[in-house]
Design a protein around this ligand. Structure first.
Ligand SMILES: Cc1cc2nc3c(=O)[nH]c(=O)nc-3n(C[C@H](O)[C@H](O)[C@H](O)COP(=O)(O)OP(=O)(O)OC[C@H]3O[C@@H](n4cnc5c(N)ncnc54)[C@H](O)[C@@H]3O)c2cc1C
Length: 412
């Protein structure tokens, strides 16, 4: 079948690779000048189910609200009018919903499956990219640990390995960790990993191209039309007809499908990362580290240290300093000597597409021939390979290897 993929971030590229492997003729349209230049550009890189969490996890709202009031959360709302009322209403309902735990379990399952598919793809094509094994959730206090208990209990039920460590054992595992910052303990996820999302996406694109996928950058697809959803119209007035269209346009997916009568309840949540040259190997983390209190991640990516986090809703604050202060603070709290932060620091602002119930939308859109692989929020990299395989299976009429309950558009 002739299939169009809209968007060449990690989701679109992995989807294209899976579709061509399933025997389809695939064209990827990207409005930018290259691939992985939006949300997939400089993400933290955490993979695996361990640190996957949903914005609707039990108690998260009240805890984050308190932290927001005290300025500890890394959340910044630039004008309350930035919140679409419908999104907030659906989000509050999802937070209190008795099945919120099931949603989180679906997300963890998807991340777990994704990790398996990702390993297979890496082996099959012999891909080599920056990565480090394991991740660690640092808890400054017992309260930090209690915040992730739901997440952990679901992992346990699913048989996914993690280990709770005392402060002393955490220090043994991560010798470069500062002893001057108060540490209660940590949760270690030995089978999770950190890897470079953009680098992987570029390699996956090259493999897809060799298998026959055509990538057309600089091609902006206009909103799909209900009269002929398989007919793509481009900003430069060209058109092209396909049997199927898979929408992988990140935060822009909403506008692409609105005229089909599909209302995606998605919020643009911006985040930041700093990438700085490694200063001293011995002072750097060996695995991916997430500060539970501030939700700031620190990881080594080749010869660089990447620090990321923050949730900004609305326009950016005027100075980069205001936006990244917390990232520098957390880096200094834990790995003060790891990075050269005096000059040549790459500061990046990326946009996550967060669905009101905290999990992505995967599957048929309800309009024949139009498929959705979008709304991945905080975990698009972790869930990319599995989501791509599942969509390719569905489009090809095969059974999915994973139960996608709770991830379809029909839930809204
Ligand atoms: C600070 C930060 C840290 C993160 N850390 C992690 C992490 O540790 N682990 C993790 O799993 N995830 C993480 N994420 C989330 C992850 O980066 C995203 O979920 C993922 O990159 C989404 O990929 P995507 O392909 O859906 O979107 P994108 O990468 O944004 O790709 C969408 C593409 O569609 C194109 N497009 C849009 N509209 C059109 C159109 N009309 N026509 C043609 N092309 C179009 C865009 O130009 C873009 O290239 C993080 C995000 C941020 C912001």
């Amino acid at each position: 079948m002739k299939i169009a993929v809209i968007g060449a971030g990690v989701i679109g590229v992995t989807t294209a690779l899976e579709l061509v492997s399933h025997g389809h003729e695939v064209v990827v349209y990207e409005k930018g000048s290259g691939i992985a230049q939006q949300a997939s550009f400089a993400a933290s890189g955490f993979m695996g189910p361990g640190l996957v969490n949903s914005w609707t996890a039990s108690g998260l709202f009240s805890r984050q609200f308190k932290k927001w009031l005290t300025g500890e959360s890394g959340i910044h709302v630039n004008g309350l009018l930035q919140f679409p009322g419908g999104w907030v209403w659906q989000w509050l309902r999802a937070c209190g919903h008795p099945e919120a735990g099931l949603k989180l379990a679906s997300l963890q399952r998807l991340a777990f499956y994704s990790q398996e598919v990702f390993k297979g793809v890496t082996e099959q094509y012999g891909l080599s990219y920056e990565n480090s094994p394991g991740s660690l959730l640092l808890c400054r206090s017992e309260a930090d640990f209690q915040e992730v208990e739901l997440q952990l209990s679901l992992l346990k039920d699913a048989g996914i390995l993690y280990k709770t460590l005392s402060a002393a054992d955490t220090q043994l595992l991560e010798p470069a960790l500062s002893t001057e910052t108060e540490l209660w303990g940590s949760v270690c996820f030995p089978h999770d990993a950190v890897a470079n999302c953009r680098q992987f996406t570029i390699l996956a694109k090259q493999e897809a191209e060799q298998l026959g996928v055509v990538f057309k950058t600089g091609h902006e697809v206009l909103p799909l039309s209900i009269s002929k959803p398989g007919l793509l119209n481009f900003a430069d007035k060209e058109t092209a007809l396909f049997d199927h269209v898979v929408v992988c346009a990140g935060i822009h997916s909403k506008a692409l499908v609105q005229k089909l009568g599909i209302e995606l309840p998605v919020l643009a949540v911006h985040g930041y990362s700093l990438s700085a040259a490694l200063r001293e190997e011995m002072d750097a983390p060996t695995c991916g580290v997430l500060d539970a209190k501030h939700q700031v991640a620190i990881a080594r990516s080749g010869q660089r240290i990447r620090v990321s986090g923050m949730c900004e809703i609305g326009p950016a604050r005027p100075t980069a300093e205001e936006n990244t202060r917390l990232l520098y603070k957390v880096l200094n709290d834990w790995f003060a000597g790891a990075a050269k932060t005096q000059d040549n620091v790459q500061v990046w602002r990326g946009t996550r597409d967060v669905m009101s119930d905290g999990v992505p939308v995967l599957g048929l859109s309800g309009v024949p021939g139009v498929w959705l692989n979008t709304g991945h929020g905080n975990h698009g990299w972790a869930c990319s390979s599995g989501s791509a395989r599942a969509i390719a299976d569905m489009v090809s009429g095969r059974d999915c290897e994973i139960d996608l309950k709770g991830l379809g558009i029909e839930r809204f």
